[in-house]
Design a protein around this ligand. Structure first.
Ligand code: FES
Length: 166
């Protein structure tokens, strides 16, 4: 439970705002960090902490692409396919990336659970397309070869981490 495990962080979040409801986005971020994604149960937990209706929390979580209401891969890739990026080849880049990872043209999560690929709207790096963010870190001016190198780097990182833990 967030309330017990992160009591101090939650208190600090609430201290920044005039009321509890204003801390909802920060608490959603904390909840996602803790659980990896936002289940209905988690949304209810956040709603209770912020003293607001769960449907309000759900509408916020559903609006922002930084929140995920379903489990995602260890590397969460957001590719901007909005118009300015599309004019610089982001659509083709997105399709090529999906094909490289064995995903269909809509993206999704790889079978090994390592990568989730999703198209998103503007990430404010329009002049550096094609671009993506991986776990909220930007990678810009990409092409298929560059992103393949990144994918292999992340795969190696994951297997190194698994080796250390195992
Ligand atoms: S339109 Fe893609 S970053 Fe702005």
């Amino acid at each position: 439970m967030l309330a017990e495990k992160h009591a101090e962080r939650i208190e600090k979040i609430f201290a920044k705002y005039p009321d509890k409801r204003s801390g909802v986005m920060a608490l959603l971020y904390l909840a996602q960090e803790e659980y990896g994604w936002l289940s209905e149960e988690t949304l209810r937990e956040v709603a209770e902490l912020c003293d607001i209706d769960p449907t309000q929390v759900q509408s916020i979580a559903g609006f922002y692409t930084m929140y995920s209401e379903k489990p995602k891969g260890r590397f969460w890739l957001h590719v901007c396919t909005d118009l300015p990026c599309a004019l610089r080849g982001a659509d083709d880049f997105f399709s090529a990336l999906c094909a490289y990872l064995g995903l269909d043209e809509h993206g999704g999560t790889t079978e090994d659970g390592l990568f989730t690929v999703e198209p998103v709207m503007c990430l404010a790096a329009c002049d550096k397309a094609p671009m993506l963010q991986c776990n909220f870190h930007y990678h810009e001016n990409l092409d298929l070869e560059k992103v393949k190198a990144l994918i292999e780097q992340w795969r190696a990182e994951a297997s190194r981490d698994d080796g250390v833990q195992g």
